[in-house]
Design a binder for this molecule. Structure first.
Ligand SMILES: *[C@@H]1O[C@H](CO)[C@@H](O)[C@H](O)[C@H]1NC(C)=O
Ligand SMILES: *[C@@H]1O[C@H](CO)[C@@H](O)[C@H](O)[C@H]1NC(C)=O
Ligand SMILES: *[C@@H]1O[C@H](CO)[C@@H](O)[C@H](O)[C@H]1NC(C)=O
Ligand SMILES: *[C@@H]1O[C@H](CO)[C@@H](O)[C@H](O)[C@H]1NC(C)=O
Length: 491
């Protein structure tokens, strides 16, 4: 990831903040007031009737009752408003098309309405922020009018806001008469929202259920494009909420982009994950509650007990109580969902190799398919004579896990271990330098997606030792294939 370019972009943003008050840069657009009345009429409610998005939709307008019939508004169906964010181009970006068509395909009866506030969003960022309240108020009065005219039940109303649009939805939820059913925030904007109080941003009291996806929370110069703090009933941070797979500079450069493309890729990933959840109904991705991304990466948070896991995106189950942050790993492209495994193993260091620093790979053999070699990532050195927990993620569904091959990366591949042997043989010049030997007898596995737990034992009970360049094969232990949740496994 090229941080320089992100810094540059952020710098440009800061310049834009600094000059936000200065009308010199505002050009002719400085006539816009935050005053709600001055802007009413500039916001359009385009009700989509056709999957073909080149077809002009039908426009709803408060006070124009005949439009409701003309647009075929169905007051007993779900009503879904889609709200865009800040725009530089002044046109709908491609994601809007994807999201609208995914919503319409999933909810064929629903009233799908695109809230078009482009003239107010195509401003310097701080000015667009200043308009979010007015746009939110306008949406609230549209919903109030629909309630009056059609007794529209607010619990059937779902606002989906991307970036700045998420905070617009928050204001709409605050000011509408009654309580909205649901607001989804897709990577809600961070700059100028991170530290403001609840009333000035999307928050859990804006709807009965507020769910948020955070995909671009990497901070540069004190600013993060997507808001970092949790602001809903559930806040999901795919891939830790910062670096999204497939968005690194190298990956998107090939697709003709520049650093703006990287930014767009990570920020917009929230929309694509949501679209994915609408389209791939039978491949649901789960997110797991965890205190932070570091703990999640260690594989310690794959529990679904007491609502600790939830579906991501459209399929998220309603939570009344605010949860802490939730995490998952994803693939780089649609379908984004993959499979999480927690692997626990006690690594014995019986022969006292002080500086054995193993790097492990696993290959998983399943009922349907096998994986390639997967690097077993760990931020801290692997603990010897202690139990380690790892998170292993696979992109393919291999079915129930049958066999695990654990390999210690060979020393020829690791320069540091070569140096270690040189050092070792230097000090122990009269003894032959020996390869480190560690022992692993069992691997306890928990599959996040199925919540199944198994213990795997060395296939050959006499082959439980491992040195660089070697592997051990583990199969399900004969005693107790499936492990009861609370049974302690003697290691
Ligand atoms: C935003 O609006 C407030 C008043 O509502 C005003 O004081 C402030 O200068 C505006 N900020 C920008 C950047 O226009
Ligand atoms: C309106 O929506 C309801 C609920 O989805 C559905 O049962 C009904 O058929 C719809 N009416 C029309 C006219 O489409
Ligand atoms: C690990 O435990 C074994 C006994 O099982 C002991 O002999 C060895 O010294 C320990 N190694 C370290 C590095 O503590
Ligand atoms: C098994 O996985 C490979 C990729 O690792 C994939 O190409 C292949 O189609 C899969 N086979 C089945 C039967 O799913």
């Amino acid at each position: 990831m090229n941080h320089k370019n992100v810094l540059l972009w952020t710098f440009l943003q800061c310049v834009s903040f600094a000059f936000g008050e200065n009308s010199v840069l505002k050009g002719e657009e400085n006539g816009f007031e935050s005053d709600y009345k001055a802007i009413s009429g500039t916001i359009k409610y385009n009700m989509r009737k056709d999957l073909d998005l080149d077809q002009e939709g039908c426009y709803l307008q408060t006070g124009k009752k005949d439009q409701l019939e003309k647009c075929g508004f169905n007051a007993t169906a779900k009503t879904i408003f889609i709200i865009h964010g800040w725009t530089m181009s002044g046109i709908f970006e491609a994601w809007m098309r994807n999201l609208v068509s995914a919503v319409m395909q999933r909810e064929s009866d629903a009233n799908v309405v695109v809230v078009d506030w482009i003239p107010l969003a195509q401003q310097l960022y701080p000015d667009a922020v200043n308009h979010t309240l007015a746009v939110g108020l306008d949406i609230a009065s549209m919903l109030d009018w629909l309630q009056e005219q059609l007794q529209l039940p607010l619990e059937n109303v779902h606002l989906i806001g991307y970036s700045l649009g998420a905070h617009v939805a928050g204001y709409a939820g605050t000011y509408v008469k009654g309580t909205l059913g649901r607001i989804t925030g897709l990577d809600p904007a961070g700059p100028m929202f991170e530290d403001v109080d609840d009333q000035k941003r999307l928050s859990p009291d804006d709807a009965d259920f507020v769910d948020v996806l955070h995909t671009y929370t990497r901070e540069a110069l004190g600013v993060s494009i997507g808001i970092k703090k949790p602001i809903g009933h559930i806040d999901i941070y795919p891939n830790g909420g910062d670096v999204q797979p497939g968005c690194a500079l190298g990956d998107v450069l090939a697709a003709a982009g520049n650093f703006m493309e990287v930014m767009k890729c990570e920020h917009e990933r929230a929309v694509h994950l949501f679209v994915d959840s609408l389209m791939n109904k039978d491949h649901v991705s789960y997110a797991y509650q965890c205190t932070d991304a570091e703990r999640f990466k260690k594989g310690t948070c794959l529990s679904c007990r007491k609502n600790r896991c939830n579906n991501i995106g459209y399929n998220a189950r309603k939570m009344r109580k605010k949860r802490s942050k939730m995490y998952l790993k994803t693939r780089a492209d649609t379908p984004f969902g993959g499979y999480h495994y927690q692997m626990k193993m006690h690594i014995f260091n019986r022969k006292q190799f002080d500086n054995a620093e193993p790097t492990f790979y696993v290959k998983l053999y399943g009922e349907h398919n096998d994986t390639g070699n997967i690097f077993v990532a760990h931020d801290e050195p692997i603990g010897l004579n202690s139990t380690n927990t790892f998170l292993v993620f696979t992109e393919e569904d291999i079915g129930d896990l049958l066999k695990i091959s654990l390999r210690w990366e060979g020393d020829s591949e690791s320069l540091s271990s070569v140096f270690k042997y040189i050092r070792q043989s230097f000090w122990n010049w009269n003894t032959k330098a020996t390869k480190p030997v560690l022992q692993i007898r069992r691997i306890r596995v928990k599959a996040g997606e199925t919540q199944k737990k198994f213990t795997f034992c060395a296939q050959d009970p006499s082959k439980t030792e491992i040195s660089p360049g070697e592997h051990i094969t583990f199969v399900k232990c004969r005693d107790g294939w499936e492990v009861k949740p609370n049974k302690r496994i003697p290691m």
